[in-house]
Design a protein around this ligand. Sequence first.
Ligand SMILES: CC(=O)N[C@H]1[C@@H](OP(=O)(O)OP(=O)(O)OC[C@H]2O[C@@H](n3ccc(=O)[nH]c3=O)[C@H](O)[C@@H]2O)O[C@H](CO)[C@@H](O)[C@@H]1O
Ligand SMILES: C=C(OP(=O)(O)O)C(=O)O
Length: 436
Amino acid sequence: MSTFEIIGGQPLKGELTPQGAKNEALQILCATLLTEEKVTIHNIPNILDVNKLIELLSNLGVSVSQESKNSYTFEAKDIQLEYLNSAEFARKGSSLRGSIMIIGPLLARFGKGYIPRPGGDKIGRRRLDTHFIGFEKLGAKFHFNPGENFYRVEADQLKGAYMLLDEASVTGTANIIMAAVLAQGTTTIYNAACEPYIQQLCRMLIRMGAKISGIGSNLLEIKGVSSLTGCEHRILPDMIEIGSFIGLAAMTRSEITIKDVAFKELGMIPDAFRRLGIKIELHGDDIFIPKQDKYQIETFIDGSILTIADAPWPGLTPDLLSVFLVVATQAKGSVLIHQKMFESRLFFTDKLIDMGAQIILCDPHRATVIGLNQEQRLRATTMVSPDIRAGVALLIAALSADGTSTIHNIDQIDRGYENIDLRLNAIGANIKRINL
Ligand SMILES: CC(=O)N[C@H]1[C@@H](OP(=O)(O)OP(=O)(O)OC[C@H]2O[C@@H](n3ccc(=O)[nH]c3=O)[C@H](O)[C@@H]2O)O[C@H](CO)[C@@H](O)[C@@H]1O
Ligand SMILES: C=C(OP(=O)(O)O)C(=O)O
């Protein structure tokens, strides 16, 4: 397990280019299983979770070739389905969340899909019902043996169906779409998730020959086709990384330009930061955050305390609430951070409280932050990164704090942020990676 040692308190200045989106990459990589033809993907982030999924695909028999730093080709011609029964698959498949999305494509193309209970962040209960109820609606037989912790689906031929998802699950929607594109007949998915990740997946599938309408809405119609072809696809910039950089700039009183952000895909993320008082300028497709000594949280129109809460897209992504929370600790004013989706994502606030932040953790879902108005710096400390986004929030806190902080378990940060230490050091941060 590696560690970051961070000397904080210095403003940063310069340009950051966001990596490709982690959560889109995980979907897109799984979609390469849907065709035996060559698929070329650009802007793949070099991060732990994505690299693990590429390795898993390669173990499954996909021929993978790295064309340049972030571009790869994939050819899923000789898939070794027996690998799904191996002990190695049980181990590797369970080490990340995104692996769950190999099931839809395997089921659609080969009539079976197996997966061990997937990993990912330990941020509360993370059920998979939506995925498997969806596959069952398409005619698959589902088996789950709690003893072996393995999910299995099988079907001779999937058949299109109408389904109203029990919740707008992001990976669940992606998985069902990837199964339905090769089903016989028409599938209608209502209460579908519609994050840019899903929209991008649908656009890629259409380039491969799929017939999908309703993209960007929660009502998708998919007319099954008998086979799909190869294609080329470029992954969008990572909106969660962009939001993390906005928060970093404000908290460390830095002037940062975030390059080529695909602004129109960011939904309400920029406005949510603006409501915390952070100035965001759009220069072409770059976001410029000017140096700000102070920023003031808005109230609601009636004068009551602002709430920042997550919701399925186009609502605010839950993956940025940890960053909003840390940024609020140095704002003027108060805000309620309400993490509705996950029940264990706010416990890292204890660390911020140790550092001197004024936070009341009301319950596992809600924290009230009373900002310090930059009048009192956070104190450096030693902490452990509990999950990917809390990890980056703690990194932001450490960069703003006086003195030297240590963050252990930074593999959690590496899961989702490409060379974050090197990229931030290039604009003036002082982060030392210690490989233990
Ligand atoms: C690999 C990947 O893409 N991971 C993302 C994906 O995870 P993932 O697809 O696993 O998350 P889901 O969308 O299935 O659900 C996330 C959580 O929100 C709850 N829920 C979901 C929808 C809803 O309408 N109401 C509700 O309460 C679920 O019960 C669950 O606890 O989406 C999450 C929600 O944006 C993100 O945090 C994860 O980063
Ligand atoms: C929760 C996240 O990831 P995962 O679903 O892969 O655990 C995240 O990216 O914030």
